[in-house]
Design a protein around this ligand. Structure first.
Ligand SMILES: C[S@@+](CC[C@H](N)C(=O)[O-])C[C@H]1O[C@@H](n2cnc3c(N)ncnc32)[C@H](O)[C@@H]1O
Length: 240
């Protein structure tokens, strides 16, 4: 049997690889768009069905439906668990660790599952995540410092996944990181496209790690995990 061929769709500035298979027949792009809109509406009106994030130990973490219009591409399970375990390791350095998750709701959700004792704040544009109550803060990267004053310099660990791969977006998100980070010794993790490597190094001294993040949807862009600290043998080490 022939393997399905692949094509790429552009969504924002991310490329999504799709599988084309002759059987069953594919929906037209209009039908797909209508279906997606319908599912999004359902997600907004039926929170009990689509918005659950707390799940039992042995099941996968359930996430809200991706909305590609918001550049939402969730990590696959291995990526989410690897980064979450790194954060939990870092948390051991502090008596009362506080973790800020900027535009990375999957990591926040896994963190709450694997380390429910950890105090974390999700900063997100998508208000569906307001289900997390006081741990949700509305965040628009266009207003990088329009954040509650009580969050200023409140976090020893900050993780960010900017929604776009532009210079402007990275610059603004790094301003938010600086706003949230407690001090120069704070642990910072940035997940973004490899194309941002030089800028990330210039802006905040980020270095790429050997570990490669992957998404549930197959993205054409190469993603990297950058840190401002040397992870030693973890995360595949710092790439020289
Ligand atoms: C590339 S995704 C990162 C998600 C991550 N891969 C995960 O699995 O958690 C970017 C995130 O930015 C959010 N976003 C979209 N528009 C935004 C905006 N204007 N300001 C801040 N965040 C935004 C999306 O809702 C999405 O969660």
């Amino acid at each position: 049997m022939e393997s399905p061929s692949k094509s790429e769709t552009t969504c924002g500035d991310l490329r999504i690889e799709e599988e084309n298979d002759d059987d069953p027949p594919l929906l037209s792009s209009h039908a797909l768009a209508a279906l997606k809109e319908f599912l999004d509406e359902q997600a907004q009106t039926q929170p009990d069905v689509h918005l659950e994030s707390g799940v039992s130990e042995d099941s996968e973490v359930a996430l809200v439906t991706e909305d590609w219009r918001l550049s939402q591409f969730w990590y696959d399970r291995d990526t989410a668990e690897t980064v979450t375990n790194e954060v939990l390791t870092l948390c051991q350095n502090f008596e009362s660790p506080r973790v800020a998750c900027i535009a990375c709701p999957t990591l926040y959700t896994y963190l709450k599952k694997l380390g429910p004792h950890v105090s974390a704040q999700l900063l997100e544009y998508d208000e569906r995540f307001s289900q997390h109550g006081s741990e949700f803060t509305f965040y628009d990267y266009n207003e990088p410092e329009e954040l509650p004053m009580e969050l200023k310099h409140d976090f020893q660990i900050v993780i960010a996944d900017p929604p776009y791969l532009s210079k402007e977006c990275l610059e603004k998100v790094t301003r938010s990181i600086s706003f949230l980070a407690q001090n120069r010794e704070s642990y910072l993790l940035l997940l973004t496209g490899e194309v941002q490597a030089k800028r990330a190094a210039e802006l905040m001294g980020f270095h790429p790690c050997g570990f490669r993040p992957h998404h549930s949807s197959k993205l054409g862009n190469e993603f990297r995990l950058f840190t401002n600290y040397d992870p030693g043998p973890r995360l595949g080490g710092w790439e020289q």
